[in-house]
Design a protein around this ligand. Structure first.
Ligand SMILES: *[C@@H]1O[C@H](CO)[C@@H](O)[C@H](O)[C@H]1NC(C)=O
Ligand SMILES: *[C@@H]1O[C@H](CO)[C@@H](O)[C@H](O)[C@H]1NC(C)=O
Ligand SMILES: *[C@@H]1O[C@H](CO)[C@@H](O)[C@H](O)[C@H]1NC(C)=O
Length: 629
């Protein structure tokens, strides 16, 4: 038979009490598992101690110190607290996230199945001394919010109690409207609908049904909301065109203008007093096409060319009837009374009032500019006095004072001697009260610049940039061109009356080449007898001859330097893009210019034009007169 430890210990205790009296017990000698350390280091003989289990363990011990030995009075081993199963939740699951079994310290976490959501705030339970904390979480079916629609939208499906996976279909009550958004939504696992509740809105439909419409922009779209804008592209090289640049969907579901392609309306203009060769109207009449034309007599051509636009030919009308306003002639009366307006080449007569000249009837004509020709002022015999600017009356006969009667003569002079004089020095008042010549005028300057041609051959008496009128410039010819020692030039009304006349016994100086220079090839002493010519950059020589000789005192005919062309803004007139920088084209060279964006040359459909240069004149053969598709 086994004797329990406690009983043996008790006898030992009695023994120790008997034989080892009065000794202390040490706290650290208490060596049960999973206990808390006792409070004091040592205990006196006979003292009782309660030993507690560590946190999370259940049990206890009671000991007594007897002659330096611990005597166990009561013992319940310290065992780990067990919590049991944490509990299942409906439509959910749990897993251990702390610990390996359901004992003290273990933690479980609950999750809900898809389509269910946890209504409890806390999703965990932990095994504590008193058992599982919290309560088992509850999983409830997910519900999407109640669906509210506008009255023109019908929704089918459970719109009030939509649970996970529930599908709702939408439709418009009226066939005039279209759903703006998805027609089907479903309740997602998160309790929100997969998309917004759509509205029924007014839309405009547009599909390519007409063969002339080849494209709708934005591409691929057929339903448009009110306010949205569409463009169409028409086929047939601009033969068809859209009535408007863009079309807008209006609030009533209609386009502001039906997006169709219309045919160009540029036919031969008949009965418009226009003359255009009829063959011009065969073939394509693209928008932007230009045609030269002329007008019947009596009609004014309003543009250089007629242009085909979506509204027909412009300008409108191509030829405007020439009309004259009633003439305004002071002191005159029109024979037969005055009309509101007069046609081209109308002839009317007027008579000056008694005492005024001319006395006979005057006939006037409405000319091609819409002006009257042949008007003579009605005058009482006095010639009109006019304002004097930069000019003065030098003398007059019989006087310089007005009124100027027939026979009166005035002589004029510029107020500034360096000004140029235009007109007649002397004018006379005629018997009909008109001057025989208009008043002369003064303006500009009549100074001469320093001569440049053959300047290197001479020595000047007086060197300056400008010489005044009538000034004489004396020059001396330099060696070896001093066969004649020199001469005089005179500044006459802004021009020298000649050039330096310097020559040698053998040859005159080589001919001067404008915009070019010569190189000496051979000399006889100091006299040049053969040269070659070169031009300034961009200028082109007319002849490719290496050498020009002086034969028997005469030079062979020199070449010329042909001018380059500058590509300037004029190209815009031809619908060409001017180049970004300055471009010079040599004579006979070509240069390619791009059409303005969106345009081409028509029949050849090129987006560029080759221009060429002819001695400073830019030659542009074609216009970019056709709009791209
Ligand atoms: C520990 O010792 C102190 C003084 O030495 C005593 O007051 C106390 O009661 C003792 N505690 C226990 C649990 O024996
Ligand atoms: C220019 O005029 C001056 C002064 O009258 C005269 O001496 C000279 O011979 C003229 N020159 C020419 C080239 O006619
Ligand atoms: C013309 O267009 C082409 C291609 O778009 C470009 O490479 C070229 O530089 C343009 N030429 C000019 C003169 O602008």
């Amino acid at each position: 038979m086994r004797v329990p430890v406690e009983i043996i210990s008790f006898f030992c205790f009695l023994f120790s009490v008997t034989f080892v009296q009065g000794q202390e017990c040490l706290g650290e000698d208490i060596s049960y598992e999973n206990i808390e350390p006792v409070a004091n280091v040592s205990y006196t003989d006979g003292e009782m101690v309660n030993v507690k289990c560590m946190t999370g363990y259940i049990g206890s011990y009671k000991l007594k110190c007897k002659n330096g030995q611990w005597l166990t009075f009561f013992a319940q081993r310290c065992l780990k607290k067990k919590c049991g199963h944490p509990g299942e939740t409906l439509n959910g699951d749990f897993k251990l996230i702390e610990g390996r079994d359901f004992t003290y310290g273990a933690t479980v976490e609950y999750t809900c199945k898809t389509g269910y959501e946890m209504t409890s705030r806390i999703n965990r339970r932990q095994c504590r001394i008193k058992g599982w904390d919290n309560s088992v979480p509850v999983c409830e079916e997910v519900r999407c919010p109640v669906i509210h629609t506008d009255e023109d939208v019908t929704a089918s499906g459970n719109t009030k109690e939509g649970t996970y996976g529930e599908v709702i279909h939408f439709e418009c009550v009226s066939s005039d409207k279209k759903l703006d958004g998805s027609s089907v939504i479903h309740c997602t696992e998160n309790g929100v609908w997969s998309g917004p509740v759509p509205q029924c809105i007014v839309t405009c439909q547009l599909e390519i049904t007409e063969p002339k419409v080849i494209r709708i922009i934005p591409w691929g779209k057929t339903t448009f909301k009110a306010g949205e804008v569409v463009k169409i592209i028409c086929s047939g090289k601009n033969q068809f065109f859209q009535k408007q640049e863009t079309f807008t969907c209006t609030n009533n579901g209609k386009w502001d203008y039906k997006p169709t392609c219309e045919e160009s309306r540029c036919e031969a203009p008949l009965n418009q007093h226009v003359y255009i060769p009829t063959f011009y109207f065969k073939g394509d009449l693209n928008m932007g096409a230009k045609r030269s034309y002329s007008c019947e007599s009596g009609y004014n051509q309003r543009a250089e060319q007629a242009t085909c636009t979506r509204d027909g030919w412009t300008p409108k009308p191509l030829c405007a009837e020439i009309k004259c306003d009633p003439p305004r002639i002071p002191d005159a009366q029109i024979v037969g009374g005055q009309k509101q307006e007069y046609k081209f080449s109308s002839r009317i007569e007027y008579k000056c009032r008694p005492g005024f000249k001319p006395e006979q009837l005057v006939q006037i004509t409405c000319d091609s500019h819409g002006q009257w020709t042949g008007i003579q002022k009605c005058t009482d015999g006095t010639c009109e006095e006019q304002e004097l600017k930069n000019i003065k009356i030098l003398c007059g006969h019989p006087s310089i004072a007005s009124p100027y009667k027939p026979g009166h003569i005035l002589v004029f002079q510029c107020t500034d001697g360096n000004m140029r004089f235009y007109g007649q020095r002397a004018i006379e008042c005629l018997p009909d009260g008109r001057w025989n010549y208009p008043y002369p005028q003064c303006g500009g300057t009549i100074q001469c610049p320093k001569p440049t041609k053959h300047f290197q051959l001479v020595k000047l008496s007086d060197e300056k940039a400008l010489y005044s009128n009538s000034e004489i410039l004396t020059y001396t010819c330099k060696e070896p061109y001093n066969k004649i020692p020199g001469g005089d030039l005179m500044c006459q009304n802004g021009k020298w009356n000649g050039t330096f006349d310097c020559t040698s016994e053998i040859c005159p100086p080589p001919p001067y080449l404008e915009n070019g220079d010569f190189g000496i090839i051979s000399k006889n002493g100091d006299v040049i007898t053969a040269v070659s010519y070169t031009c300034q950059p961009y200028f082109v020589l007319t002849k490719q001859q290496d050498q020009y000789n002086c034969v028997d005192g005469k030079w062979e005919a020199p070449p010329k330097c042909l001018k380059p062309c500058e590509v300037d803004d004029i190209v815009e007139k031809y619908n060409l893009q001017p180049p970004t920088g300055k471009v010079f084209i040599r004579h006979a060279d070509k240069f390619r210019l791009n059409c303005t964006d969106g345009w081409n040359t028509g029949s050849e459909m090129k987006a560029y034009v080759d221009v060429s240069c002819s001695n400073g004149n830019l030659q542009i053969g074609k216009s970019c007169d056709t709009q791209n598709q």
